[in-house]
Write a new protein. Structure first.
Length: 699
């Protein structure tokens, strides 16, 4: 079956949906009942509402690009999120976009889960919320499990593939994901309660509401509770989260505060299971430990309309997290603890003209995280206590000029990052520091060849520094002897750089859209995963490889075949190679090999049928070709290709929408990821057929 599927899906292709083109594209049929109280309402003055909405999105617009259509990007609307979302981590939602793969440690996306974009891991993808960076700076990761039910508060998501346009925070090395929260401007009073039950003893309840605008004031709030046992043994999660925003909206000013907080108590499943163990028990999990993490995030922004189509926005933000996790090593259970503090500020200035646009931005932040550990049951004496400090400062300038049907785009970013390691008092070593400076340019052009047809090209270059785990070779604590073994320096791992060429075309008709994108990404000193995980932190171990590249084509599209029928899909075909890779265990060098966890083909396809006004059925399929688990090209160490089919039914009755989702309808055996130890293969097994039912009650 898996040989036939890629051929059948090859026709399901099309457009990387850039924002300027989105208005031309036909959308899938609306949800049954078309009723949601969390939506904009008619305003007394459409001009005032439009102006206020523009003010609320100044920073988002600046990050996404100066009205450019040259970035390779796709949009995920709120309606698309609601159609596929059943309380899981955002990785489950994002994987429906082109060239994205994902896996979940629990097998059911209610524990730790991760995405890769064009085979590039999550720490190399820039994530922002309303233009504010989300990747924690020290290791540049993002853990959606700390913010359960995050997707319920998101209005839209833009995914840029490749270098993309300049953003704030960690480098947009493999791509960027920009989340936009539910807007306050133009909103009406109302809310929604959600209740969900499902497989693996999953229970979720959330309550959210908007005040609407009253005398310039508006607010939004959501609270959620989630409990699940997870698919794999001992992979459950008990979590709570909240999201709130409040703003004052004037004729020329907007002040907005946002608060995001969550606590997640999970059972750990970051180790994969061996083939032998899976043959005995598909749910096997070698870990029996847990963790408990809390994280809070707050921001305050002010935006002012300067007149003359110009505006400026300034945001202050802060974040704090604290928690612990247990791990077993040589018969002892260790308790590792992490406490972090993060403060930052960013400002953007934008101008929009009839035939040009300019965005300027600056960002600075300071992050510190304490690492300390105990050996249970002796919890009164820390084994070590060290701190990592990360500084980040950047500025960018973007511009677009239209000359008839031709648009030219330019973007340059200057970024400086620094890392300081403050060792434990007993480590017998001094404080060590390292810093990096990057100049990241991008240029592009688009041509509107016809009202419905455009072509674009872009070229960009971005550098990225190693994370703490890379610098310390996966260790959570080092002594003077360890430091000497690492070469006596923090710059043992070189920064990496990618040069990215993108060529594409887009066509949007009255009932259909199509598009294609070609890319050529060339890397220097790529910090590549080598397969094994750190035994103390669970982080992937990595090292520099000199020459590597990724080339491919991405096709995306959709067709509103009838008012009651929508068909859409995407195909991403890629060839990726590492020029020369030396295996640390054997010392053997392998040439022209595929990088691990990078499939040659990823495809999504969907059929949506609306047989009645209040009923909709969706059938969503997904194919991922095989992936290597090592960088050696050894055919023994691969993750088999997989195919998954999901069925969703929606029925709206008396204002309440009931959604039933059958995941993995064919009950196929799928593996989301894995690694090798010696000659033993270890896999992250994904959940079999499962069912989730959600009720949404508006008020």
């Amino acid at each position: 079956m898996t040989r036939i599927i890629p051929r059948v899906l090859a026709g399901a292709f099309a457009l990387a949906t850039a924002a300027p083109l989105a208005a031309q594209q036909p959308a899938p049929a609306p949800a049954p009942g078309a009723r949601s109280s969390l939506a904009p309402a008619p305003a007394d003055s459409m001009a005032d509402t439009t102006r206020a909405r523009r003010l609320e999105t100044v920073t988002v617009t600046a990050v996404r690009g100066a009205g450019t259509a040259v970035a390779t990007q796709s949009a995920v609307s709120r309606e698309a999120i609601r159609r596929t979302f059943a309380g899981e981590d955002m990785a489950r939602v994002l994987e429906r976009s082109p060239a994205i793969t994902s896996y979940s440690e629990s097998g059911a996306y209610n524990n730790y889960s991760y995405i890769r974009l064009r085979g590039i891991d999550q720490s190399r993808i820039n994530f922002t919320l309303d233009g504010i960076p989300l990747n924690e700076p020290e290791d540049q990761g993002l853990y959606f499990s700390n913010f359960p039910d995050f997707a319920s508060s998101i209005a839209s998501t833009t995914i840029q593939r490749g270098v993309g346009t300049s953003s704030t925070g960690t480098a947009s090395y493999g791509g960027s994901v920009a989340f936009e929260s539910l807007p306050l401007t133009g909103s009406r009073a109302g809310g929604e309660a959600q209740a969900e039950v499902g497989s693996f003893d999953t229970r979720r309840f959330s309550l959210q509401g908007l005040t609407g605008q009253h005398g310039g004031f508006a607010a939004y709030g959501r609270g959620s509770v989630l409990k699940t046992a997870g698919y794999r043994e001992n992979s459950g999660n008990e979590s709570i989260s909240g999201f709130g925003s409040a703003g004052w909206i004037g004729r020329r000013d907007l002040v907005k505060a946002t608060l995001l907080a969550g606590r997640s108590r999970t059972r750990q499943a970051w180790e994969a299971a061996s083939e032998g163990d899976l043959a005995q028990d598909r749910r096997f999990n070698p870990l029996a430990t847990g963790d408990d993490f809390s994280q809070g995030f707050a921001s305050l922004s002010h935006t002012r309309d300067l007149g003359g189509n110009a505006s400026i926005a300034t945001t202050l933000y802060g974040s704090a997290s604290a928690g612990w996790y247990d791990y077993d090593w040589d018969g002892t259970t260790y308790n590792s603890r992490l406490n972090s503090r993060w403060v930052g500020a960013l400002s953007t200035w934008g101008w929009r003209g009839a035939h040009a646009a300019v965005d300027l931005g600056a960002h600075a932040s300071r992050y510190a995280r304490d690492h300390f550990a105990f050996a249970r049951p002796a919890m009164d004496q820390a084994l070590y206590d060290n701190t990592g400090i990360k500084g980040d400062a950047s500025a960018f300038a973007k511009g677009r000029v239209d000359a008839g049907a031709l648009s030219l785009f330019g973007d340059v970013q200057l970024r400086r990052a620094s890392f300081a390691y403050e060792p434990d008092a007993a480590a017998n070593m001094a404080r060590e520091t390292v810093d990096w400076t990057f100049v990241n340019p991008k240029v592009g052009a688009s041509w509107q060849a016809a009202p419905a047809l455009s072509l674009y090209a872009s070229y960009g270059s971005t550098g990225r520094e190693p994370g703490r785990s890379d610098i310390l070779a996966g260790s959570d604590n080092i002594t003077a002897d360890d430091f000497a073994a690492l070469g006596g320096t923090l710059d043992r791992v070189k920064p990496e750089r990618v040069n990215d060429l993108e060529l594409g075309t887009r066509w949007a008709g009255r009932t259909a859209w199509l598009g294609a994108n070609l890319f050529d990404m060339r890397f220097r000193d790529q910090i590549a995963a080598i397969g094994p995980l750190s035994p103390t932190t669970g982080a992937p171990l990595r090292k520099n490889v000199q020459g590597s590249w990724r080339r491919g084509v991405e096709l995306e599209g959709g067709w509103q075949a009838a008012p009651w029928l929508f068909v859409g899909g995407d195909v991403a075909a890629m060839r990726a190679r590492i020029g020369a890779y030396t295996d640390d265990a054997s010392g053997e060098t392998f040439r022209d090999v595929a990088p691990l966890m990078t499939p040659d083909l990823v495809s999504n396809h969907s059929v949506q049928v609306t047989p009645a006004r209040d009923v909709r059925l969706s059938l969503d399929g997904r194919f991922v070709s095989r992936m290597f688990m090592t960088n050696t090209g050894d055919e023994r160490f691969t993750i088999p290709s997989s195919y998954r089919l999901d069925l969703t039914g929606e029925w709206t009755v008396l204002g309440t929408t009931l959604t039933a989702q059958v995941r993995n309808l064919l009950d196929a055996t799928n593996y989301g990821g894995g690694y090798v130890s010696g000659d033993t293969r270890y896999y992250y097994v994904m959940a079999p057929r499962s069912v989730f039912v959600t009720a949404r009650v508006p008020f």
